[in-house]
Design a protein. Structure first.
Length: 404
């Protein structure tokens, strides 16, 4: 099959790498891609937010499958345009992607489907927000209803900060604080049924020990050796199947990946958030361990023919993100990167990179992800950090405690 991947981050590099390893995939394209994706796929300039442009490119390339990576194109209706052009698409419709695009909609679906999550109120006025803050108490959790590129959620003990964030947003979800470790589950969905990928955990704060501002994710690992037996089955039963069932009932069949962010609280697992796409950098580790060929799996989701649960290789994968100077504030761009060659048990996936003359240069906040593998987590982590130490990027920073 011929495949076109839409996006330009580390997640898309991981998707392209796995698709290239699938013998069924005979031609691989990516748009717009980055400097690393160029090594595994033919890249094309496209505005990923323009449904017509993407559908036109997919038609021109005569691909059999389009895989949409990021949330913004999904919410913009890129998957709808591709399907209307008669091409199979891995990625939910714009309406189904509102499970990520609107926190209030996600809460409504969860309530209707009986999915365990934080108690919440959706608020528009100052009086409603103040009442909800008083009802749930500190720590306060205030979420912008719409897509906010990772900047929409404020968790704080300070009442004034919480209220100020609520007032700065048009509509907010204010909810109960969930305590406990956070994990990520990716469920591949074909509209009516779903299968799980292996559980992963990411590290959201910028600095070691969970200090500093929130980021898109500074590292990840899979599997979770400490996770209780049967957790994935429980999550499929209590969260994923009811959610996609409720969406289907509303005429919004979900074809793509449902990313479930969960807190493992003392009262059981509860949903923190849904995303309509793969997570970054969890995807980089989860796909590394996936044994079932990826192209066939994604195609089965797009055509409503999902089969048995995918199979994973034994062993562990650890991802460490190398970020540009000043990330997650305005990152410094345009610096030359060296030391990108893989080692025996580790390799580099590009996120914010571009080509400039003969050099690879930084072009975003999270610049690259180093993935290390090993028979256990300690070995995988050691392999990852060994390669991180070879990467040269002026002013860059990374966490030293991923998967420790
Ligand atoms: P979200 O965009 O909903 O994933 O929120 C971003 C981050 O805020 C999450 O990964 C959590 O670390 C934190 N967060 C969100 N909701 C809650 C909650 N109800 N309780 C505690 N932390 C939360
Ligand atoms: N790593 C979390 C996310 O992709 O949102």
């Amino acid at each position: 099959m011929r495949v076109l991947v839409i996006g330009s981050g580390g997640r898309e590099h991981a998707l392209c790498r796995s698709l290239q390893l699938d013998p069924q995939v005979v031609e691989l394209h990516c748009a717009p891609g980055n400097a690393g994706i160029e090594d595994v796929a033919t890249v094309h300039p496209v505005d990923p937010l323009d449904p017509a442009q993407v559908a036109e490119l997919a038609t021109r390339l005569r691909v059999d499958l389009v895989v949409v990576g990021p949330e913004a194109p999904l919410v913009a209706g890129v998957a709808d345009a591709v399907r209307e052009a008669g091409i199979a698409c891995f990625g939910p419709s714009g309406e189904a992607a509102m499970i990520e695009g609107s926190k209030a909609f996600a809460k409504e679906i969860m309530a209707a489907a009986g999915v365990p999550t934080a108690r919440s109120r959706t608020c528009v006025t100052e009086a409603e927000a103040a009442a909800a803050l008083a009802e749930f108490g500190a720590p306060y959790v205030v979420k912008d209803d719409g897509l906010a590129a990772g900047k929409g959620v404020v968790v704080t003990d300070d009442h004034d900060t919480a209220l100020a964030h609520a007032l700065a947003c048009e509509r907010v979800v204010i909810e109960e604080y969930l305590d406990g470790p956070e994990i990520s589950l990716f469920a591949l969905c074909d509209g009516s049924t779903a299968v799980p990928l292996q559980l992963a955990q990411d590290f959201k704060r910028a600095y070691d020990g969970g200090e500093g501002p929130n980021t898109g994710g500074m590292g990840a690992y899979t599997p979770l050796p400490w996770a209780p037996e049967g957790l994935t089955d429980q999550l499929m039963r209590e969260v994923v199947h009811p959610t996609i069932g409720e969406l289907a009932k509303r005429g919004l069949p979900f074809q793509g990946v449902l990313f479930v962010g969960l807190a493992l609280t003392s009262k059981g697992p509860k949903v923190v958030e849904f995303n309509a796409r793969f997570g970054d950098p969890e995807t980089q580790v989860v796909l590394d361990r996936l044994e079932t060929p990826l192209g066939g799996l994604l195609m089965a989701c797009a055509t409503g023919e999902l089969g048995p649960d995918p199979v994973f290789k034994p062993g562990s994968a650890v991802a460490v993100v190398v970020a540009a100077e000043n990330y997650p504030a305005t990152p410094v761009k345009g610096d030359v990167i060296k030391g990108l060659e893989p080692t025996e048990h580790a390799y580099v996936l590009h996120s914010g990179t571009a080509r400039s003359g003969g050099d690879v240069v930084s072009a975003g906040g999270r610049v690259l992800t180093v993935v290390g593998t090993g028979h256990d987590q300690d070995t995988a982590r050691a392999h990852a950090y060994e390669l991180v130490s070879r990467v040269q990027l002026r002013g860059s920073h990374h966490r030293t405690d991923i998967a420790r």
